[in-house]
Design a protein around this ligand. Structure first.
Ligand SMILES: [Cu+2]
Length: 133
């Protein structure tokens, strides 16, 4: 289960990700470009949010996607959460807003993101999804 939210403060988006009921471990998480979470594959959430057409990963010379997020740490209680800010972005209006016509979502993957491998950091299957907005 994933619960996520986004708020805009000035030209910054603050993303909050909350997950429960996962095995303890490290999970890749990203903002995906479509606000549609259809189990079990969550392919409906589309690719990473990437309005500036970069490659994936903060450690990739051609990176990064606007929707790249840090890995989620889940403890032995099955819970994990973090907040992360994305600079220079808006929820609505012009210039590639996050919540465009088809919305956006947060997707948690089965494995950690290596922050380098395009298009998804080698993070494997999509295991949880939360629609934003
Ligand atoms: Cu992803």
């Amino acid at each position: 289960m994933a619960h996520s939210s986004v708020t805009q403060i000035g030209e910054t988006l603050r993303i909050r990700v909350e997950a429960a009921g996962l095995s303890s471990g490290i999970y890749g998480v990203h903002v995906h470009s479509v606000g549609r979470c259809q189990a079990p594959s969550f392919e409906s959430a589309g690719p990473h949010w990437n309005p500036s057409n970069r490659l994936h990963g903060r450690d990739n010379p051609g990176g990064q996607h606007r929707g790249d997020l840090p890995n989620l740490m889940v403890g032995t209680d099955g819970n994990g959460s973090f907040e992360f800010t994305i600079q220079g972005s808006r929820l609505s209006g012009r210039n590639s807003p996050l919540l465009d016509q088809d919305g956006a979502s947060i997707v948690i993957h089965a494995r950690p993101d290596d922050y380098r491998t395009d298009p998804s950091g080698n993070s494997g299957a999509r295991i949880a999804c939360g629609e934003l907005g």
